[in-house]
Design a binder for this molecule. Structure first.
Ligand code: NAD
Length: 525
């Protein structure tokens, strides 16, 4: 066997067994830093958990290393940047913990509804306070699931066994997935108002940071529970504390915290909370599955197939890189624009390469880059050049590519059309010295892709632009540049305003209320 795999941390035997027919496997679960530096040059792949640090030094000492596999989820112990620079794939097993985390979530829900944790501590103190721990049944109660990815869907399945009615808030899932799981998809406000139990399964992003704060606690049912096994920071803990102490809600179950460990948090002193130390993913089965998953990924790479869970980007060859590099920034900006203007679940993305770019054979890479930009802000798993297409496919997004010789007088032009549940967005961009957007939804513009923009669709009639400008002024926001595009006099037109400050939701909503304004959205590039 010409391939060699080093297993540097103890992983489940089943993972090791998967590899023995395809590679020479060397297990050294106590390998030191020095030994690792010495032997790494002989190996094609290394499997680690969290003990072994795969540093830049280790990666640079390797000669034929192709894969660094983390039998788990987090890759904090791997220098991903150094691996990417050397063209070494870093793979992990994000799906290995889904069932485990879903079960922990159900555990916290049960602990809250039946007061298990405080009852346990009371019995251990020698008490027998039967009257104190009156619980509630889950049967017939409403469960609100925020985020229906890998873990959220497992929670949904389990909640049905408890006879719960389940509602989901996830603007990015397909109708097909919702139908398959038999859940009703609602907006966040409806979910909050309906839920007896609310559970969070979204990644921590700019959009989800403090997603549940004072305003949301105000909307919750008086006797509701909230559970977070996702990431600290999605719930505003100060607001949670206030909601709990004023009996605005009945209780909370947390496995994750804004600061871990939550040393001085006032939440520690409350009876109506159940807290665990970020252990939702810790089971032996999850570890076994992680080992099997990464072993199979390594096998795929050795057989020349594409692995699914690659978390870094492969290094492109110099020729490919020099041809497409100028378009990277344009692609990045188009992707960012698209995801900020999409309304609801994305169904279709069509990319057309025009002009000289249509002759370039490796469009696929650019299309993957667009998918990466569009999907990364909404998914927990890192989306990269290697896995972008399969992630899109798994989410039911139809991706098509086309070519056109005519680039409307430009050397090259990229057109991207995205269809979502509630809107279609179409952009055309070029790159001369800088990336530029030259068409938005069929309206000709000439927009530099930087800073904050406010885009309004309106009826082309005297006074509308002025009214929008006045509203912006009332919010103390300065307009740096403005452009309008229209197809015909008096028809629908688009206005693109570059502004110097962040655009608050209240301004968008004020503008949308103006007569003759059909839509308004802000985009931060
Ligand atoms: P996933 O990527 O499979 O699913 C995330 C889902 O959230 C997607 O369906 C996405 O559409 C949705 N989403 C994204 N932004 C949203 C928004 N603004 N509003 C509503 N929905 C949104 O991720 P996963 O593997 O199911 O993980 C979910 C969470 O659990 C992540 O935060 C992850 O870090 C966390 N996690 C925690 C532990 C633990 O030990 N406690 C272990 C594993 C995962």
């Amino acid at each position: 066997m010409d391939k060699k795999v080093l297993i540097a941390d103890q992983i489940n035997e089943k993972g090791i067994d998967e590899l023995t027919d395809i590679a020479e496997v060397v297990s050294n679960f106590t390998i030191s830093k020095e030994e690792l530096l010495d032997v790494i040059k002989d190996f094609d792949a290394i499997i680690v958990r969290s003990r072994t640090k795969v540093t830049r030094e280790v990666i640079e000492a390797s000669k034929k290393l192709k894969i660094i596999a983390r039998a788990g989820v987090g890759v904090d112990n791997v220098d991903v940047q150094a691996a990417t620079e050397r063209g070494v794939m870093v793979i992990n097993a994000p799906e290995s913990t889904s069932i485990t985390v879903a079960e922990h979530t159900m555990g916290l829900i049960l602990a809250l509804s039946r007061k298990i944790a405080i009852a346990d501590s009371s019995v251990k103190q020698g008490k027998w306070e039967k009257g104190r721990f009156m619980g509630i049944e889950l049967n017939g109660k409403t469960l609100g699931v925020i985020g229906m990815g890998r873990i959220g869907s497992q929670v949904v399945t389990r909640s049905k066994a408890f006879g719960m009615e389940t509602f989901v808030y996830d603007p990015y899932i397909t109708e097909k997935t919702a139908l398959e799981l038999g859940v009703t998809v609602v907006d966040l406000e409806t979910l909050i108002k309906k839920s007896d139990v609310m559970t969070i399964h979204v990644p921590l992003t700019n959009e989800t940071k403090h997603l549940i704060s004072k305003e949301q606690f105000e909307m919750m049912k008086e006797n509701a529970f909230i559970v977070n096994c996702a990431r600290g920071g999605i719930i505003n803990e100060d607001d949670l504390y206030e909601a709990l102490s004023t009996n605005k809600i009945r209780g909370a179950g947390l496995d994750v915290f804004e600061n871990e460990p939550p040393k001085d948090s006032p939440l520690l002193g409350r009876e109506n909370v159940v807290l665990t130390p970020h252990i939702a993913a810790s089971t032996s089965e999850a570890q076994r599955d992680a080992a099997i998953i990464v072993a199979n990924e390594i096998k795929k790479v050795f057989k020349g197939q594409s692995p699914r869970n690659v978390i870094n980007m492969p290094v492109l060859d110099t020729e490919t890189l020099s041809t497409i590099k100028p378009y990277f920034e344009l692609i990045e900006k188009i992707g960012k624009f698209m995801i900020q203007t999409a309304k609801g679940n994305i169904n279709e993305i069509d990319v057309t390469y025009c002009g000289e770019l249509s002759e370039f054979p490796k469009h696929d890479i650019l299309t993957r880059m667009i998918l990466q930009e569009v999907l990364n802000p909404i998914l927990n798993e890192p989306v990269n050049l290697v896995n972008a297409t399969s992630v899109a496919e798994n989410r039911g997004i139809i991706v098509t590519e086309g070519k056109r010789c005519d680039a409307k007088g430009f050397k090259s032009l990229i057109k991207v059309e995205m269809k979502s549940d509630n809107n279609d967005v179409s952009l055309e961009g070029i790159f001369t010295q800088k990336p530029k957007i030259v068409m938005i939804n069929g309206y000709k513009v000439d927009v530099e892709t930087e800073g904050t923009m406010l885009i309004c669709k309106y009826k082309d009639k005297p006074g509308t632009i002025g009214a929008v400008g006045t509203k912006i002024g009332e919010h103390n926001i300065n307009i740096a540049k403005m452009q309008v595009g229209r197809k015909e006099l008096g028809g629908e037109a688009v206005m693109v305003l570059k502004v110097d400050q962040h655009v608050p939701e209240s301004l968008i909503s004020d503008i949308k209320k103006l007569e003759d304004v059909h839509d308004a959205v802000s985009v931060n590039l």
